[in-house]
Design a protein around this ligand. Structure first.
Ligand SMILES: Cc1cc2nc3c(=O)[nH]c(=O)nc-3n(C[C@H](O)[C@H](O)[C@H](O)COP(=O)(O)O)c2cc1C
Length: 271
């Protein structure tokens, strides 16, 4: 007579359990990997759309309800070789990725330690710039900027007036500073202070700074320095210092300095 438990015993065997476990994990990993591959283009598109929205916002051109892609079509993206400050056609803006380029032996460079005030170690040799035009005239220039805060690398955009000296806005789109402390860099009331601030003094020295405490705006405390100063972040002086440092790096000689100089001399205004 057949043993009724034999079938169950063979199903419960170690080999069977292993086969089921391995098959299940294979099916699951194929499903997860497939979903990740399938979703990757959508994720990249969402990131690109979000960055476009931030660029429009920092330029004061974002309107809720208006498709950012349509509004962004009016912004001209150009590639700049940072060392010369010249526009280049290759590499193209569409294929540019700051991290990939920075770590590439040809397309990126190591930043000498004494110049690395943004604490980013390497950067791409090229960077995109976004030009807002009014007719044929450049009205604003938007620069990608990033650097270390207290806990994280803070990524954002700095919008400048067409004098290439006056700030139109600064907005971060990615960081991991502490909620309630370092993340005050996202507060509209703090961000709004940047508009109109000057990056350089008349001698060309970089002066823009997130100070400790509050900028004096009323006489007699207000001084010529007020034009270069932004309020500190309460309890988050280190994030504020990171913002100062990254802005200094990117508008400085090793960042967009040569490009900004060309704009200030009018040479870069007609690409
Ligand atoms: C859990 C924790 C999170 C913090 N996060 C931040 C931060 O995101 N940014 C920052 O500048 N300081 C942060 N700080 C405070 C810094 O350690 C430091 O005390 C502060 O930047 C000094 O700024 P203050 O002189 O304005 O107080 C944090 C402190 C703690 C304990």
């Amino acid at each position: 007579m057949a043993d009724p438990g034999a079938n169950r015993r063979s199903r419960d065997s170690v080999a069977n359990t292993l086969i089921v476990a391995v098959s299940l994990s294979l099916v699951c990993s194929v499903l997860v990997a497939g979903t990740a591959v399938f979703l990757k283009p959508i994720q990249l598109q969402n990131e690109a759309d979000y960055r476009q929205r931030i660029i429009l916002d920092v330029a004061g051109l974002y309107e809720p309800g208006v498709d950012p892609g349509v509004a962004f079509a009016g912004i001209e993206a150009r590639m700049v070789e940072l060392e010369s400050g010249e526009y280049v056609d290759e590499p193209s803006v569409d294929t540019f990725d700051a991290q990939t380029f920075a770590s590439d032996a040809e397309l990126g460079i190591a930043i000498p330690a004494d110049l690395d005030i943004a604490a980013i170690r390497r950067r791409a040799r090229y960077a995109p710039v976004y030009l807002v035009r009014e007719g044929n005239e450049i009205e604003q220039i938007i620069l990608p900027v990033y650097g270390s805060g207290l806990w994280s690398t803070m990524y954002g955009y700095l919008a400048l007036e067409n004098d290439a000296r006056t700030v139109r806005g600064l907005r971060f789109y990615s960081h991991a500073e502490t909620p309630g402390l370092g993340d005050q860099i996202d507060k509209p009331s703090w961000r709004s202070q940047w508009a109109g601030k000057k990056l350089f003094d008349d001698s060309g020295e970089i002066r823009i700074e997130v100070i400790r405490g509050t900028v004096a705006t009323e006489a007699p405390a207000a001084s010529a320095d007020t034009a270069f100063q932004v309020d500190g972040l309460a309890g988050a002086t280190l994030t504020g210092r990171g913002v100062t440092n990254l802005v200094h790096y990117w508008i400085g000689e090793h960042g967009f300095g040569p490009y900004l100089e060309q704009l200030q001399n009018d040479k870069g205004l007609q690409p």
